[in-house]
Design a protein. Structure first.
Length: 276
């Protein structure tokens, strides 16, 4: 491989190289990057070329495709499949969760939620704040978060976020469940340990067979379906719906739809489906 030990100059990503990376990501994650993400892919992977002192994308592709660098394959997948999220995104879903699901749930009966594309954890912690605030110690509850990116899962477990990302958190929840950073953590917020310990995260690739995750009252699968083709989307949805309890609720993103899909669910509110 050609290497440059001095100042790193970002190389250009050719159309052929981009097509190779696009096919790789589709095979690994089921996500089709499309034809217009060349600049995004280049900017996200340049840091890995710099790390390995590689001066062109062809050499980097050979690197992560080799059997000796399986961790680099996961790293490339992580970098190209991680999407930005924030606390209490699409607040209508959280209103529905509180008023139409948990407030009519039989107290004392265990309640569980799966954030199936949890990214850096904001969605899972948003849900946990709502559940803890309502149920307290009267009803056992759990929140499970999963993502294809092992790197982002570790970030979710740390529960440390820039203050500029917390605007969606209601003020009472900020006081009750969050700590403002000091010293080296100035400018950051951390979710309180008492809440962190109630939220579990794990690595799951939704296009692969699901591990035994159990059954859930609610599953959030938001703003991820748009990245899959119809066949992959249908396969993922069937697997997740099978993980719902009878009459369980599935939330999808506001830019997504299950229209004309043969699925065992019924629309009960905007982008909100109930298992039949």
């Amino acid at each position: 491989m050609s290497r440059q030990l001095g100042t790193f100059t970002p190389p250009k990503l050719s159309s052929t190289e981009y097509d190779t990376i696009r096919k790789f990501i589709y095979k690994e994650s089921g996500i089709d990057l499309g034809a217009s993400k060349q600049m995004l892919v280049s900017s996200r992977l340049n840091k890995r070329l710099r790390y390995h002192k590689i001066t062109n994308f062809s050499d980097y592709i050979s690197l992560f495709q080799s059997n000796e660098h399986k961790l680099e394959k996961q790293m490339a997948t992580d970098l190209l499949t991680t999407n930005e999220t924030y606390f209490f995104r699409e607040p209508e879903h959280f209103k529905f969760l509180k008023k139409d699901i948990i407030e009519v749930h039989e107290k004392g009966t265990p309640f569980s939620v799966w954030s199936a594309a949890s990214s850096s954890g904001e969605e899972a912690y948003s849900v946990s704040m709502v559940l803890d605030d309502y149920f307290g110690t009267d009803t056992p509850w759990k929140v499970f978060g999963s993502d294809i990116s092992t790197r982002i899962i570790e970030k979710a477990r740390q529960a440390l976020y820039p203050l500029i990302r917390i605007d969606g958190i209601p003020k009472p929840f900020l006081k009750k469940y969050c700590q403002k950073g000091k010293g080296e953590y100035d400018g950051f917020l951390k979710v309180k340990p008492s809440l962190i310990e109630k939220v579990k995260f794990d690595h799951i690739n939704l296009i692969k067979p699901l591990p035994n995750v159990g059954k859930f009252d609610v599953i959030f699968l938001r703003n991820v379906l748009i990245y899959f083709d119809e066949e992959t989307k249908l396969s993922i949805l069937k697997k997740l719906i099978s993980a719902l309890k009878p009459k369980g609720i599935l939330f999808i993103g506001h830019s997504e739809s299950l229209k004309d899909m043969d699925l065992n669910v019924s629309l009960v509110a905007t982008t909100t489906y109930q298992k039949n």
